[in-house]
Design a protein around this ligand. Sequence first.
Ligand code: DC
Length: 231
Amino acid sequence: MNGGSISGRINVAIDGPAGAGKSTVARKVAEQLGYIYIDTGAMYRAVAYAAIGAGVSPDDSDRLGQLVHNIDIKLAPGAEGQTVWLNGVNVTGAIRTREVTLIVSQIASHEAVRLKLVEMQRLLAESKGIVMDGRDIGTHVLPHAEVKVFLNASVQVRALRRFQELKESELVPLAQLEQEIADRDRSDERREISPLICAADAVVIDSTELTITQVVALILDLCRTKTVEAK
Ligand code: DC
């Protein structure tokens, strides 16, 4: 880690496609800065998980609207990233299954779902000192975030990283995973509301050939520059 401490608190937005390493990197950046990490993808996953549990179809806007209206999602720092609570139940592991992964992008395309989660995300970031990762953080949720990063990597590398994370019970061929990631990218990029796009003022980092430590160091440097500028 390079020298130079960060004095005033800032917000850091990290966007990018699935498997680019956002959550690992964001968590480490937050750790180094003493900030709170918020994984907004986990919030969309919690809604998807709740929809499955309630038997709500991922294309039923009305029922999804009702579902999010009454939902209680809490995020707390945990030993391995972040613990996610849905209506008082710990769903940290349950939201990472393939069943959830396969419908979450569709769930995230509904306006009612996005309005509710974005409101929660903005509240969480109000007092600054937040590292938030997702798809629309720099463009929509926190357009005034002091540091914005768009983290990308080739689809092959992203699929391989996900493959290595899969549990034995959920193993699927790498080529299938690659296809699913490409489909999810397309769906996230093409949705009407807050699609996955790079903010004009974001710094693009391609992590295809970088280690996590290198990416974290790059982002910490950006944070230092911004806090010095802000003084
Ligand atoms: O980061 P992830 O793979 O856990 O995200 C799950 C899904 O949630 C992803 O397909 C896109 C969606 N998402 C979103 O639309 N907006 C965000 N800010 C974060 C995630």
